[in-house]
Design a protein around this ligand. Structure first.
Ligand code: PLP
Length: 394
């Protein structure tokens, strides 16, 4: 399939073609049924002969879910997509479809925590070994590869420190040794990065974040070529059964309709707040945002990304308790996990860098509020918290 421009994505998301438009209904109906009935035994048997393409049971194919899958595949330039009950269901399915006992995985050390847990711990019991590497240094990916490496698992940008991976170099390395590549593309969404064009084999997304976009649905998706998606549909999708329901698919479609609009807004607001933090705020040491020219991999980002989403972090030398007090007092930011909805979020944590140095990291998600209001909130709240802290010291 071909790569769409951003403008083509706007039209592809808003323009639908489907055959069964009952009563001229503008939206695909929610096919709220577990099973599909047949008039004749001949039709029934025929459906089973082509099980992957037939409507027999909703743990296999459901028209509402398939409609969403078609749209996501189009945006990512993939042959096929399968939607799951959560991002982790999609990630686990993609990993399990790529390895068997005796295989080795190379995984970037800053990948999503539960995904690392699947590979680094859970898969050990099935005789699969994983080596974690610093993905932003391609030499460390190269050095970790073994004769039995069958999977290189990537996430770029990562979602704590926002490091990038050279996707083209990793895809080439994997192809040379007969291994597969999977990338978690949740941060960029299909709007801002299409890793298939760099030779990556499978793409996973947590739909829970930007794609659904309203903090009211959980979902995940795996996308790739027909060749890789067919066995995944037959095995990990249907056998593990962690599928997306028609109801969720319709909620996600509702969010998807405005995905490019939200992403453009988030990009502009995120860059505005990140630039303010970098240039003008008194409590920030450095800002980790791939769209800032100060990012060490800014040039690589420009090559791989069409735009930037609005989740980033900053490092601070201020006492962690003071930063937590600041986050607690912010009026427009909530303290919560996840991201990609309408509401801004902030969390404070410690990150241990590869060299063992412990850094205090504040992860910020910029939602759809006015970025000027968000900046004012950050600034005024900091003044308040810093003033009361210096009073305590007196
Ligand atoms: C949230 C998240 C996931 C997991 O998705 P769920 O829908 O919560 O299972 C995977 N990768 C990234 C980068 C995420 O932020």
């Amino acid at each position: 399939m071909t790569k769409l421009t951003l403008e083509q994505m706007y039209t592809a998301i808003s323009h639908d073609e489907f055959d069964d438009r009952h009563y001229g209904a503008i939206q695909i109906p929610i096919y709220q049924n577990s099973l599909f009935a047949f008039d004749t035994y001949q039709q029934f048997e025929h459906a089973f002969e082509q099980e992957l393409g037939s409507h027999i049971y909703s743990r296999g194919n459901n028209p509402t879910v398939e409609f969403l899958e078609g749209k996501l595949a189009l945006l990512e330039g993939a042959d096929a997509a399968r939607c799951f009950a959560s991002g982790m269901a999609a990630i686990s399915a993609a990993i399990f479809s790529s390895v068997k006992a005796g295989d080795h995985i190379v995984c970037v050390s800053n990948a999503y925590g539960p995904a690392r847990h699947v590979m680094g711990d859970y898969l050990k019991r099935f005789g699969v070994e994983t080596t974690f590497v610093e993905g932003s240094r391609h030499e460390s990916v190269q050095a970790a590869v073994r004769p039995n490496t069958k999977l290189i698992y990537l996430e770029s940008p990562s979602t704590q420190m926002f490091e990038l991976i050279d996707l083209e170099a990793c895809a080439k390395l994997a192809k040379g040794i007969g291994a597969r590549t999977i990338i978690d593309n949740t941060w960029a969404t299909p709007i801002f990065q299409n890793p298939l064009e760099f030779g990556i084999d499978l793409i996973v997304h947590s739909i829970t974040k930007y794609i659904s976009g309203h903090s009211d649905a959980l979902g995940g998706v795996v996308m790739g070529s027909n060749e890789l998606m067919k066995p995944l549909s037959r095995d990990e999708y249907m056998l593990f059964g962690g599928i997306m329901t028609a109801h969720t698919a319709s909620l996600v479609l509702r969010g998807l309709r405005t995905l490019p609009v939200r992403m453009e807004r988030c990009q502009a607001s995120g860059l505005k707040v990140a630039s303010w933090l970098e240039e003008s705020s008194p409590f920030v040491e450095r800002v980790n945002h791939p769209g800032l020219p100060s990012h060490p991999q800014y040039e690589l980002g420009k090559k791989q990304l069409r735009g930037y989403s609005s989740l980033f972090s900053f490092e601070s030398k201020q006492p962690i308790e003071l930063l937590k007090a600041w986050a607690s007092k912010l009026k427009l930011f909530k303290i919560a996990v996840s991201w990609g909805g309408y509401e801004s979020l902030a969390t404070v944590g410690r990150n241990t860098a590869v060299n063992g140095e412990v850094r205090t990291i504040v992860r910020v998600y910029i939602g759809l509020e006015s970025p000027d209001d968000l900046i004012r909130d950050m600034q005024e709240t900091w003044q308040e918290v810093a003033a009361s802290a210096s009073q305590d010291r007196v």
